[in-house]
Design a protein around this ligand. Structure first.
Ligand code: DQA
Length: 147
């Protein structure tokens, strides 16, 4: 199956960005590991990080045309603001898991609300980069079960 991993704004800064909150790994460390895990299990994994909202929206639209089976998305700050990205995901009807490195519920009140959680297949947050690994495991389990 085909899995698309999407990362929102500022996640290109991982490794140096507030390491006490987000860890020391870079985004390519995370993407490389996800790619390895998915490939070893016989899946095809693609990823995109963008600081431009329309690029992620366009990528979601393209995912539908490509027949992507599952999306893992860390919308980053857009989690708390983007009706547009939420609507794009709803328009594709592709199941997705919402991922966060930090525990957004233990942070500022404005991070407690997500425009994605109520329409996500699941939400994983607070476990650092492992949040992504666990989301990938869950996605692969679902994909195998639906075969
Ligand atoms: C984040 C949490 C968001 O509140 C924040 O804006 C981010 C990263 C996380 O992965 O913990 O940029 O999505």
């Amino acid at each position: 199956a085909t899995i698309l991993v999407l990362h929102g704004p500022n996640l290109n800064m991982l490794g140096t960005r507030e390491p006490s909150l987000y860890g020391n790994e870079t985004l390519s460390d995370i993407d490389d590991r996800l790619h390895e895990t998915a490939t070893a299990a016989g899946h095809h994994l693609m990823h995109l990080q963008s600081n431009a909202e329309y690029e992620l929206i366009d990528r979601v639209h393209e995912a539908r045309r490509e027949g992507v089976d599952f999306i893992l998305i860390n919308p980053a700050a857009w989690t708390h603001t983007s009706v547009a990205l939420r609507d794009a995901l709803l328009a594709t009807d592709i199941p997705f898991i919402e991922v966060h490195l930090s525990n957004v519920h233990a942070r500022e009140p404005f991070r407690h609300h997500s425009y994605f959680s109520d329409v996500a297949a699941g939400v994983i947050c607070g476990l650092g980069s492992q949040s992504y690994d666990l989301a990938l495991q869950a996605a692969m389990t679902r994909l195998n079960d639906s075969r």
